[in-house]
Design a protein around this ligand. Structure first.
Ligand code: ADP
Length: 423
């Protein structure tokens, strides 16, 4: 399956799952509202009944039509303007709530209508069957007309959540499905990337080895030709070609084997105080022939005055070589490269900048991975195995240094190396 098809499938699956999640949220919200409305209604009816019963017991003829009001989500009041005794009120409230399956603790408050002040309040746990003692209440003047009472449910919110059990369960299951989906998608994409890297690597390997192998086979045929057998000069010339190509093959194989098996555990650094500016100058010299061939140039400025650092000469030269090699390789026109060094804080900063094809920002985090090559389709045919930058990063980090990449597609790339200098 190609990358585009896979992306479309993942996108569609994400949209569907997000849709299901949104619908679930919508229904949970609806179910919560409904549950709350039912709860409020039950409390309303229960408190109205209590108010009516009290008024009936007091033989009050003028009963209020709509005695119960909800003041906030968990606070209700009932006006009775009548004699009110806590003992009676609490037993009536308990009975009514019990009957309507309102199994939640509450606090009732009795107010005096004339002064609007609280005259009594009591917390009631529905699990205990305790009714308030009458002796302490008798000290108050309950016979006075004009009381109203309020009921407050401190734990209403958690009670509502508990009532939503099945919804919470289904939402949790859905949430885990979503997490599992995200996890699986990441694994699939990672596997896909690894398989692309592997195919790319094998293609490059084949490409790199094919040319010398076919040159060698052609040269051998020429040597074995009857006509050539009598011409020692020609045989020598073709034998030389075979030797060169064989060497090239050997270097390639060694390089791949070395870099592919390399990780920071098996690099042993032999660090000595070295002049970084000098190593860079030597590396630049090594590219003079190829620059003539490619009509390119390297401009350099060495402003780092503290240019000595504790480094491994071989590995450090290799990383500069790799970066310069890339800068030339990935410049399709005449390579224009700038190399500079400077001191920043207690570090030497080395920049290698080209005006080549550049690297897409999204690829920044991958280019330092082993075997990774930026996919370019058939846009250019630059050979490589995707090992160079991984090596550069490993080596610079072993030197307590860092590598930083800045790049823009079509404009060029800049690699900054930072490492501490030694006085
Ligand atoms: P390779 O052998 O493919 O050059 P590297 O590890 O050196 O392997 O680089 C990894 C990838 O990063 C390359 O395939 C290339 O796509 C990209 N890259 C590296 N250096 C540059 C550069 N200077 N300009 C543009 N792209 C680069």
């Amino acid at each position: 399956m190609n990358r585009k098809a896979l992306r479309i499938i993942i996108l569609l699956a994400t949209i569907s799952l997000s849709g299901i999640l949104a619908i679930q949220v919508y229904w949970v919200q609806k179910a919560f509202d409904l549950e709350e409305r039912q709860f409020n209604q039950r409390v309303h009816v229960a408190m109205s009944n209590v108010a009516k019963e009290i008024q009936t017991l007091n033989s009050e003829a003028n009963q209020a039509l709509e005695p119960v009001k909800q003041l906030s989500s968990n606070y209700f009041i009932a006006s009775i303007n009548d004699t009110l005794h806590p003992y009676l009120l609490e037993s009536l409230l308990r009975n009514e709530f019990d009957r309507r399956n309102i199994k939640i603790d509450f606090e009732y408050v009795i107010y005096d209508c004339f002064t609007d002040s609280i005259v009594y309040s009591q917390y009631v746990s529905m699990e205990e069957d305790k009714i308030p003692e009458t002796s302490s209440q008798n000290k108050l003047n309950w016979q006075r007309d004009g009381h109203y009472f309020g009921v407050y449910f401190p734990g209403k919110q958690s009670y509502m959540v508990n009532q939503m059990g099945i919804w919470i369960f289904s939402s949790t299951v859905l949430f885990f499905v979503f997490i599992y989906f995200a996890y699986t998608t990441t694994i699939i994409l990672r596997q896909k990337r690894l398989s692309e890297i592997r195919t790319d690597f094998i293609n490059n390997l084949t490409h790199e080895f094919k040319t010398p192998i076919s040159t060698i086979s052609l040269s051998t045929e020429v040597i074995l030709n009857d006509e050539t057998l009598g011409q020692p000069e020609k045989i020598k010339q073709y034998a030389e070609i075979i030797r060169q190509e064989n060497n090239r093959l050997k270097i390639q194989v060694d390089r791949v084997l070395q870099l592919a098996t390399l990780d920071n555990k098996n690099i042993v650094l032999n660090r000595e105080i070295q002049d970084v500016n000098k190593i860079i100058k030597e590396a630049i010299k090594g590219f003079s022939l190829i620059l003539i061939e490619r009509k390119g140039k390297i401009e350099s400025s060495f402003s780092a005055h503290h240019s000595h650092a504790l480094i491994d000469h071989l590995h450090f030269s290799n990383i500069i070589y790799n970066l310069l090699d890339n800068a030339i390789k990935y410049s399709p026109n005449e390579p224009k490269i700038r190399v500079s060094t400077r001191n920043v804080n207690r570090n030497i900063e080395i920049s290698i900048e080209d005006q080549g094809i550049g690297i897409d920002r999204q690829q920044f985090k991958y280019v330092f991975d082993k075997f990774y090559r930026v996919p370019t389709g058939n846009l250019h045919d630059v050979k490589g195995f995707g090992l160079g930058l991984n090596y550069v990063k490993t080596v610079i980090e072993l030197h307590e240094g860092k590598i930083h990449l800045e790049s823009e597609v079509g404009k060029g790339s800049k690699f900054d190396l930072t490492l501490p200098y030694t006085n």
